[in-house]
Design a protein around this ligand. Structure first.
Ligand SMILES: [Zn+2]
Length: 317
């Protein structure tokens, strides 16, 4: 990163911001979202005084478009450079950034800030089928309880009234989290099987819902938290490093997640929980230790804006 992106033109100047996003969404040149035409000779740039910045016209289907069409930015009147400022802030703040803070920093209304941050979370959402682990790598799985489920009465002792989150973390790699519908522990095995390669070493606690992992994966080893056991050495090596059985990595993920949810996102509704999880997964999976700095993380989030526009049908922003 040569210069601070915050002082850069891309975050301050609308034309520069649009060009920057275009270069990431259309690395091979513009594509008409209406008919799929990607022949640059048949796409014109409308530059008249009344034309919106970045407006193009397709000479195949005669329709107009900008890079926002078909992305989470569609239907939004927020200028692109403000979108990029918001994305950069969400990407570079380890525990996230509240809509209140975003609203003050960007000078937009709280409502606009709220919709922007939810759309950015949508851009951050992992889509893909590539399994985690594989090749004997270690994948940790664990659950945590957070917030309050709706419609289950007053909070009471235990975890009955809370939401259950399942998280898979590939040691030295990415994280994927899932909000389990109504505490359905029976959902855990199908999710683990669908997301983790068979030739992985699974590390979990001794929860009975993990009993079948042994049959499905290269290996399943546990730590016995009830006996205050948090890590034990197997005597083997994985990737040249001593193989330690533990769920400390996924617990480290939860500690960041919970500090963020407590400090920054106090009023997260149950129906939005999966979006916050996507945000924390994204930052974790694109962290500095994996060689991803704030700018690169921002770029990756921008690449995720495509094809996710249908989540919020709103014209408020
Ligand atoms: Zn077209």
């Amino acid at each position: 990163m040569a210069n601070s992106i915050l002082s850069g033109k891309v975050l301050q100047n609308e034309a520069a911001a649009i060009a920057w996003v275009e270069a990431r969404v259309w690395p091979e040149g513009p594509v008409c979202p209406h008919c799929g035409n990607c022949n640059g000779d048949k796409i014109g740039k409308l530059t008249g005084k009344t034309a919106r910045p970045g407006l193009r016209k397709c000479y195949e289907c005669r329709k107009q478009f900008t890079v926002k069409v078909g992305t989470v930015f569609e239907d939004s009147h927020v200028p692109m450079h403000l979108w990029l400022q918001a994305i950069y802030l969400l990407c570079s703040s380890k525990k996230g950034i509240s809509s209140n803070q975003l609203s003050r920093t960007l000078g937009v209304t709280l409502k606009t800030a709220w919709f922007m941050s939810h759309r950015i979370r949508e851009a951050m959402r992992f889509v893909g089928v590539a399994p985690m682990g594989g090749g004997g790598e270690v994948v940790e799985s664990d659950e945590t309880y957070i917030g309050r489920r709706e419609g289950v009465g007053r909070p009471r002792a235990g975890s009955y009234h809370k939401n259950v989150v399942l998280t898979l973390v590939e040691r030295g790699g990415s994280a994927r989290s899932f909000h389990l519908d109504g505490q359905a522990i029976s959902d855990i095995m199908p999710i683990v099987k669908a997301n983790v390669a068979k030739d992985s070493r699974m590390n979990t606690d001794e929860g009975p819902h993990y009993n079948d992992l042994k049959k499905e994966f290269l290996e399943h080893k546990t730590v016995n938290h009830k006996a205050d056991e948090y890590a034990w050495h197997t005597g083997d090596y994985v990737d040249g490093k001593p193989y330690v059985v533990t769920t400390n990595t996924v617990e480290g993920y939860y500690s960041i997640f919970k500090r963020g949810m407590k400090g920054v996102y106090q009023h997260c509704k149950e129906k939005h929980l999966h979006r916050y999880l996507a945000e924390f997964d994204f930052r974790y999976s694109n962290r500095i230790r994996l060689g991803v700095d704030d700018v690169e993380r921002t770029e990756r989030a921008v690449k995720g804006i495509v094809g996710k526009r249908l989540t919020y049908r709103t014209s408020h922003i």
